[in-house]
Design a protein around this ligand. Structure first.
Ligand code: ARG
Length: 460
């Protein structure tokens, strides 16, 4: 039989496969609260404008509340034949209150509804993600405060570069997360406009008040163009782009945790709370959570590529293609929330091993730059020459199998005769980090000040 909601001109029902490919209820039912919220705002506005009676509006509101209760109690029967959440709710409303239900859809369309719902849903999701990112920043900054003095190798190319502090390393991530939160705030601003009342695409002849519905739903303003209102999906793309960047940042942190927790590095310890065992190898403590966070960009970037691909080349205005925006978005949000929460958990859980981190600085000549800087500062050598002399000293140390600080003064002078005993004062990792007092540098006092400043700037 023909569809009860739009089947006026139809004499037969859909093919089984038509219904199957068309229905979105299995995944868009999660928008029920936003859908009902939007319908209530619309009904109230219609009554206020004298488009429907106050009595009809009152019945509609009461019926919608009842439906919300039924869905939350698990007694609501979702129907695939009714396609989506919008028609499932409206059909049930008709069962409950009869004819007045049919007046709710005056001056709006499902095209308005679905994207109003999505904007409301994503706005909440963004707020939830931001709160969790703030918790991650808090954990990172707490580690920085606690370990501002712990020296470790800083790497470029994963080759020993210069000594840094563990705290400084943590604050690097706190900054990335800060920019991530900024991107979310930006996209939230642009998404917070209301498409309701686009009325499918062209606007409506009814005297609706779009300012009122926008305000009732917490939007900053109604969208300015009804065609754009129903067909814009760039707020989803923008969110997924921001989400992809977040996932990539978390993935980098996760990879460091995997490396640091490995038994070659042993830089940190993760407790039992964030490791798993092996079913065959009794000695194992695997960093599975970190590995899964490392993997999440696969799904999240996949979702971004998915929505971009669905939308490319679509003519104005709505097309059913757009229904394919939902599952990737929902999956990305779920994956991202898991990744952020697991990252915050791991950061709070991990303990650096100061002795191992310090011992790692015995290899790789991490204070070679300090030696070159001494040649510049004390002997007045041009840096390029100092670089060359230091290279020769490193080669000598390497040949002898020792660190540059372990070479005798005679050995150092065999490369550059003007070197004095004073040079040893800059060759320890401790003196190296203490000297890095430039703005944004790794000196422990800098790190402590930067941590305090970050708490203020990010309000965490
Ligand atoms: N289920 C649709 C979606 O997810 C809702 C809008 C349907 N509108 C329409 N004219 N078929 O986008």
């Amino acid at each position: 039989t023909a569809n009860a909601m739009w089947g006026g001109r139809f004499s037969a029902g859909p093919a089984e496969i038509m219904e199957k490919i068309n229905a979105s209820i299995d995944f868009d039912k999660r928008l029920y609260a936003q859908d009902i919220q939007g319908s209530k705002a619309h009904a109230q506005m219609l009554a206020k404008q004298g488009i429907i009676s106050d009595d009809d509006a009152a019945q509609i509101l009461k019926g919608l509340d009842q439906i919300k209760g039924e869905i939350e109690a698990g007694t609501f029967e979702f129907s695939r034949a009714l396609e989506d959440i919008h028609m499932n709710v409206e059909a049930r409303l008709r069962e409950i209150i009869g004819d007045p239900a049919g007046r709710l859809h005056t001056g709006r369309s499902r095209n308005d509804q679905v994207i109003t719902d999505m904007r409301l849903w994503l706005r909440d999701a963004v707020d939830g993600i931001d709160t969790r990112l703030a918790a991650l920043q808090d954990a990172l900054i707490a580690q920085a405060e606690q370990h501002a003095d712990v020296v470790m190798p800083g790497y470029t190319h994963l080759q020993t570069a210069q000594p840094v502090t563990f705290g400084h390393h943590m604050l690097a991530y706190a900054e990335m997360v800060g920019r991530d939160r900024g991107r979310l705030a930006d996209c939230r601003k642009r998404m917070n406009e209301c498409p309701l009342g686009s009325a499918a695409l062209a606007g409506t002849s009814f005297p609706i008040d779009r300012e009122a519905t926008a305000k009732a739903l917490g939007f900053d303003r109604p969208m300015a163009n009804s065609m754009d209102g129903v067909s814009a999906r760039d707020f989803i793309m923008e969110f997924l782009a921001a989400a992809s960047i977040i996932s990539v940042h978390l993935s980098r942190l996760a990879e460091e945790i995997v490396i640091w927790a490995s038994d070659r590095f042993r830089f940190i310890e993760l407790t039992d709370a964030f490791t798993t065992g092996s079913s065959i190898m009794p000695q194992k403590r695997n960093p599975d959570a970190a590995e899964l966070v490392r993997a999440k960009p696969g799904r999240i970037i996949g979702s971004l590529v998915s929505i971009l691909t669905v939308m490319k080349g679509l003519p104005m205005t709505f097309a059913k293609d757009m229904q394919e925006d939902k599952e990737p978005l929902f999956d990305a949000v779920e994956s991202l929330i898991l990744a952020v929460e697991a990252s915050a958990g791991m950061v709070a859980d991990m303990k650096p091993r100061p002795d191992v981190l310090r011992a790692a600085l015995a290899a790789g000549f991490p204070t070679a730059t300090d030696l070159a800087d001494w040649l510049v500062r004390v002997l007045g050598m041009p840096f390029r020459n100092a670089h060359h002399v230091t290279g020769a000293i490193v080669a000598l140390a390497e040949k002898k199998g020792v660190d540059i600080a372990e070479l005798s003064l005679e050995e150092l002078q065999s490369v550059e005769s003007a070197i004095t005993q004073d040079i040893y004062s800059v060759l320890s990792p401790e003196s190296s980090i203490q000297s890095r007092t430039s703005f944004g540098g790794t000196a422990p006092d800098n790190v402590r000040a930067a941590a305090a400043e970050a708490r203020k700037r990010f309000s965490v």
